[in-house]
Design a binder for this molecule. Structure first.
Ligand code: PDD
Length: 290
């Protein structure tokens, strides 16, 4: 657990930190969240995470609880107090604490909870060398997975299915066979023509910050990128596949539902993207995996 947690503006010891039972996040999953990566004591890709947070709050009609400057200062304080050099920062903002009633409360202030804890990213570099496996499962989520809401039950069930199958991730497949994304990651392939392909932004996927960063890096290095839907069948016959998220920056996928992708080993295009991403992490934060 984190050393300390900021609960509604007050730091509490991590082990005993408590929120109200009338918090609408607890009662209705009526809230949003962000997970940031910390390298070298600094928050990676802070600006796009804050933009997405703003978008999620706006989509649900939750008031922004404080100015961007105040929020940045609060997050930096959470990282500092938890003494995290390499890890993750979790931020959750709900519609607030109010007597249970489905409709929005007339006068609740949004509640803010945040903590930071250590996470060993070198395990991700090891996985980038060996690759990981995924299983497919139907995408059972609501119609707005583009909003980063804390209502994650279908994602939880999908990840558990992956865990029980000994896989790293579950890829969520819609009725038309299209792979939306992973349960907590974005999904990518390198198609038969050599293009890097990922689902376009829109209402069907969460637009990952790592996804955006990787797209930018790939394009800056003249790699061919296509934002278009791809099916599970296409993924199974792709040259390469991989998955991205804040906590799993760029990880090759070497098998889907037990069948190898390509030759069953991490491919060269994914390898180049992994290298570009870690260079970007070093550029922004000075972090060098050691
Ligand atoms: N998950 N898709 C889903 C459904 C996600 O939950 C996430 C992030 C992503 C990748 O987004 P980003 O690159 O901004 O991390 C895609 C976070 C890490 C989580 O829930 O822990």
């Amino acid at each position: 657990m984190a050393r300390c947690v900021d609960v509604y503006g007050q730091f509490q010891p991590g082990l005993t930190a408590r929120v109200s039972v009338e918090d609408r996040g607890f009662l209705f999953a009526d809230g949003v969240y962000e997970v940031f990566a910390i390298f070298n004591g600094q928050i990676f890709d802070l600006a796009p995470h804050l933009r997405r947070l703003d978008r999620s709050l706006g989509a649900l009609g939750i008031d922004r609880p404080m100015s961007e400057g105040a929020l940045k200062a609060r997050l930096a304080e959470v990282v500092r107090r938890n003494r995290v050099r390499e890890g993750t920062l979790y931020l959750q903002i709900t519609r607030g604490v109010a007597p249970r009633d489905h409709a929005f409360p007339a006068a609740a202030r949004p509640s803010v909870v945040a903590w930071a804890k250590r996470f060993d990213f070198t395990q991700r570099l090891a996985q980038a060398r060996t690759g990981v496996t995924v299983v497919s499962t139907p995408d059972l989520r609501w119609g707005r997975p583009d909003i980063k809401s804390v209502a994650l039950l279908p994602n939880v069930l999908a990840k558990q299915q992956a865990r029980e199958a000994g896989a790293f991730e579950a890829w969520l497949v819609r009725a038309d066979g299209v792979v939306s994304e992973g349960s907590s990651t974005n999904a990518w392939i390198v198609d038969a023509g050599g293009a890097i392909v990922t689902h376009p932004e829109g209402r069907e996927i969460l637009s990952g910050v790592m996804r955006g960063t990787l797209l930018r890096l790939a394009r800056a290095h003249q790699m061919r990128v296509e934002e278009r839907p791809f099916t599970l069948a296409e993924a199974r016959s792709a040259r390469e596949a991989f998955t991205t998220s804040t906590t799993a920056p760029c990880i090759p996928v070497v098998s889907i539902d037990g069948a190898p992708v390509g030759d069953g080993r991490p491919g060269p295009v994914t390898g180049q993207l992994v290298a570009l991403l870690w260079e970007e992490i070093a550029r922004q934060t000075g972090y060098l995996p050691g």
